[in-house]
Design a protein around this ligand. Sequence first.
Ligand code: KG4
Ligand code: ZN
Length: 334
Amino acid sequence: MKDVCILAFESSCDETSVAIIRNGHDVISNVVLTQMDTHANYGGVVPEIASRMHIENITMVIEEALTKAGLDMEDIDAIAVTYGPGLIGSLLIGLQAAKTLAYIYDKPLVPVHHIAGHIYANNLEKPMEFPLMALVISGGHTELVYMKEDYDFKVVGSTLDDAVGEAYDKVARVLDLPYPGGPKVDKLAHIGQDTYKLPLPLDDDTYNFSFSGLKSAVINLKHNEAQKGNEIVKENLACSFQNKVIEILTKKTIKALKEYNCDNLIIAGGVSANAGIRDEFKKICALNKINLTIPNLKYCTDNAAMIGAAGYYAYKLGRRADLNLNSKANDKLN
Ligand code: KG4
Ligand code: ZN
């Protein structure tokens, strides 16, 4: 069978990324230019600055992806691009670049949902086996997605308020940790102990999640201790918070796997880089004989390789967009 090379674009937040992926799993090149240091000065992503930086960097990132791969546009079969969800101004830059190249070089344009990309980051590890349950945990999403086959997404549960990553970043701020806080809370949690009593969030029969109550409990606890003149022990609070997150994620995910009679689990999204979450899922999946895949750390957070992996399957299924494709800040996983 002829190889299929996808040139992929990802610019939904603060990473400008272009990758070339062969047959949905071989990463030929994956260039990720993060703006993290710039946004750290403001305590979070500033959308206006993010889109301006994407404009400044996108051409350079495209050239580097092609050069590193040793390929030129003639070798490319299709162009895949994240059209949403994400920051509208950021999305537009990657989308415009993708459309421009598709037009000039007369290549098929394949629209990719950002979360489909995160899910397919797992295909870069090993071929995804179906049926599977995907636990998507990122800065903007917390979802359990059941997939019977490629590109068949059934959302069985989602967050009612804050996404896990968002809760991590907000808790980090309460602990006076710089942006992006998720990885820093994770590190602290590892040296701390679970000494603070926090609620297990939305411990019910549904597959939905809620993290704003847990986040508020952390904030209230800090204020109450301050009023009593007590300093909080940051690493212990980080550990207590992380343990509750892990407890509810594992509990609902294992329950969903059982109900759907499914023994393949993949974890996706930026928070899947969390060492505590990775370790606990490895343990609990071994115990329950679940076949677990988690992306390599470099494919957990935003990158174009995952868009190229998803884009390959979307391309094979005949999904195409024309030059009217617009970016969407919000869109259902499809
Ligand atoms: O998937 P991603 O790169 O962007 C979105 O699509 O949202 O996820 C970014 C999120 C941020 O909230 C960041 O704090 C979180 O992932 N994150 C982590 C870790 N690494 C990244 N959260 C907890 N522990 C980590 N090690
Ligand atoms: Zn993402």
